[in-house]
Each structure stands twice: as C-alpha cells, then as structure tokens.
Design a protein around this ligand. Sequence first.
Ligand code: ATP
Length: 266
Amino acid sequence: PSLLREMAFTIPAECFDDIGGMDSTITELKSIIEDLVDHKPTFDTYRMPLPRGMLLYGPPGCGKTILAKATANAGRTHFLQIRGPELIDKYVGESEARVRRIFARARSVAPCIIFFDEIDALTKKRTGVNEGCATLDGVLTQLLTELDGMIDCKGVFALLRPGRLEKLVHIKMPREDSRAAILRRLLCKFDPHQLKVDIEKIAKHSSGYSGADLRELCRNAFRHAIRAVNPGRDGTMADVTLSPEDFIRAFGESGPSVSKQTIQEY
Ligand code: ATP
C-alpha cells in the first residue's frame, strides 16, 4: 500500500537551467525528450522504437536526481520516482507484481519518466546471504522485461541504475570548472553587487565537493550573511550580500561528503 500511495506523478519544478557543469549530458537528455515528446508520431510511423531507458551512475549528490527531474520538466512529462528498496517484498511474486503495476500506471499517464533510484541496493544485496536473494533477482529481471516489452512503449521512459539499457551515462564528481558552473547556478539569484566573492576561488578550494556539498556550502555561507545584514525578523525580505568571510566560515562547517573509496567504486 505504501508504494501505491507513493505512486504520485508530478511534473517537477527543477529545470536544466538549475544545473551547472553538465552541458553534454543535458544535450543528450534534451534530444531524448525531443524524440519522446515531439517526434513520437514520426517514430511510430516508421516503426522505429523510441528510446526506452537510460542508466545514470556515479557517486551520490552529483545531480542524477535533479537531471531526471529536469528532463521530465523539459518535456512536460509526468515523473515518477521509485526507490529500489521499495520494490522489495518478502512475498513471492509480489515484487515483480509491483514493477508490473508501476509500468502499467506509467503507460496510462504517458508520456512519463520513471526514475528508479537506488537500484544499486538491489544488485549489492544479491551477493549477500539474506533471504531476499531470489526476490531481488526477480525484481531486476522484471524491470528489464518491462523495458524490453516497451518496444511499443507508448512514451514511457525509465531512468535507472544497472540494467540492459541503451545508454550508460557516468555522472562524475565535478571538476574545478564544473564546480564553478554549479556555484553560478546555485547563486544565480544574487545580483553581481551582492556577490563579493570570487566564484573561481571557491571552486578551486572545494576540491572533492559534490554538487550537493556545494549547495550545503552556499547555504551555510548564506546563513552567516543573512545575520550580518541583520534583516527583518518581521519576515520582510532582506538584501543579502555574500562575502568571502561567509564562505571561510562555511568551509569550516561542512566538507566533502563522498569518500575517495566511493568515488573509486564508480
Ligand atoms: P543521490 O545519489 O544522493 O540521490 P544525486 O546524484 O541524485 O544524488 P541530486 O539529489 O540530484 O544528486 O543532488 C542533490 C542536490 O545537489 C540537488 O538537488 C542540487 O541542489 C545540488 N546539485 C547537485 N549537482 C548539481 C549540479 N550539477 N548543478 C546544480 N546543483 C546540483
């Protein structure tokens, strides 16, 4: 029942403009959404299969979820996020049935993007000793079967990690120039005169930070800045200026969250 309750289709608010440092991946996703939404009749007429699925893999906090949501936003398609572990049920056949229900629901609201998150949890447990092993295999098989069955896919597109998919896209930890691009996206609501900081310098000093870590850094800096201007405690808007000191303090408060080992695993 919890899964059914969570089968909430949305059109996400996140968009490609919110994302920094991933231009080539965004170009690719834009062309897929074009095929699914704008070119669907043409694909159908010539009996060419529409793209069905894509695997995004990489360390946590580097933008897989925001990319998936922005893709749905760009196509004005429905979006459904399913966490891998939610698919697991101890009763025989129930996990597979859940996968079938998800795809059936998605077809009924197509065009739709299903984002299967934490699919790696399913594969990792496969080698474990716990009882759920058979089920886990079954769930993956069912996922792939549903994807294969989507030759006539009626505009459903799945984004997930491991599987028999057309495209594998590695979402990497951002390098210095990408970090600068991400910071610019995260701080885009500030006027130039409100940004008394050197974005390039922050990017240089944040080696090992994921996009999510950069967001936390900016948030902490902002919390210092907002106190410095002593703004309206009455709920009115404050004119906030970010200074180097705010970032120096923020750097002392949070750091990179992804371990070297995790980065190497990808
Ligand atoms: P996880 O595997 O932990 O779910 P993820 O790769 O899906 O991680 P997101 O959840 O998309 O990462 O990223 C977390 C947050 O970090 C985003 O909501 C966004 O605010 C910020 N972020 C991450 N990468 C970027 C980016 N390239 N540009 C702008 N913001 C980013």
